[in-house]
Design a protein around this ligand. Sequence first.
Ligand SMILES: [Zn+2]
Ligand SMILES: [Zn+2]
Length: 350
Amino acid sequence: MRSFQIPAWGEPLVERQLPTPQPAGSEVLLKVDACGVCHSDLHIWDGYFDLGDGKRATLESRGVDLPFTMGHEIVGEVVAVGPDADGVAIGDQRVAYPWIGCGECHLCLAGNDIFCTAANYLGTRVHGGYSDHVLVPHPRYLLDYEGIPAALACTYACSGLTAYSALLKAGDLTADDHLLIVGAGGVGLSAVHIAKALTPATIIVADIDPDKRAAAAAAGAALTIDNSAPGAVKSLLKTTRGGPRTSIDFVGAPPTTKFAISTLAKGGTHVIVGLFGGALPLSLPLFPFKLMTVKGSFTGTIDELRALMALAREGRIPAIPIERRALDRANETLEDLKAGRIVGRAVLIP
Ligand SMILES: [Zn+2]
Ligand SMILES: [Zn+2]
């Protein structure tokens, strides 16, 4: 098989011809039809996530060896199955749920792999979809995406699911409430699309990039705001008459979290999703005074992915802009993503 691999952390991906794996046990081999390029791939490529205060979570310390094949938004066709892989047949077109745990504990067996302490995530811990083939450990991680275009379906496995799960954590919002979405890159823009199917709240999008704000407005945001502009906090507090009830930060940098918390309504909830990195000192009395909740959200469960794809199939979620690119443009695509030149999602086609 042909894979594009990280040869050394931060170095350009290298194309390699590798033996195509043969599925054993419950494993399933997919021939990759499309694989989305996610912002978190930039961190994996570098080999670490910035925890702030000079601390790093490295991939190496989590057992990832080089060379490594990234890619966790995968759709493909089943081309081989292990002897114990039941419920899937050669020729099936499937989305792979990549957030796989140990696969054996009570959490994993209940579909809550993301709460399992073992992480065998496709494309972030084990070899993923920047390749023409990928191994999936069990058929239960494969979902039918019939009725959804392949290049769009793959994006639901991370960007769509991450947005959807974060929106579920936003709480019950009414038509009188405002929901602030910070960052309208791939995941944030997905959230704007999905939010309209989930909440009657007024959707406001903050982004420092005018192109991303324009994309958010086109996706249905009632209002967009440049969070780096002087007076942005004051202006948002005024427009929303006391601040958004919920904010979701799809950037996850100190300035974006600071902006969102400064504008949050009393009793509000702030959800941190983005992994940009860094650290931020927070005033502790602010939590009781503002009756404030701060939550983290990481991707979502397989049942949430199933529910999201059902919404998409019903036509309740408008598609995000998708740009299809040949797999051998993987390096160029990562560079474009890093430079902020991708609107919506770039998807690699082997
Ligand atoms: Zn991702
Ligand atoms: Zn487990």
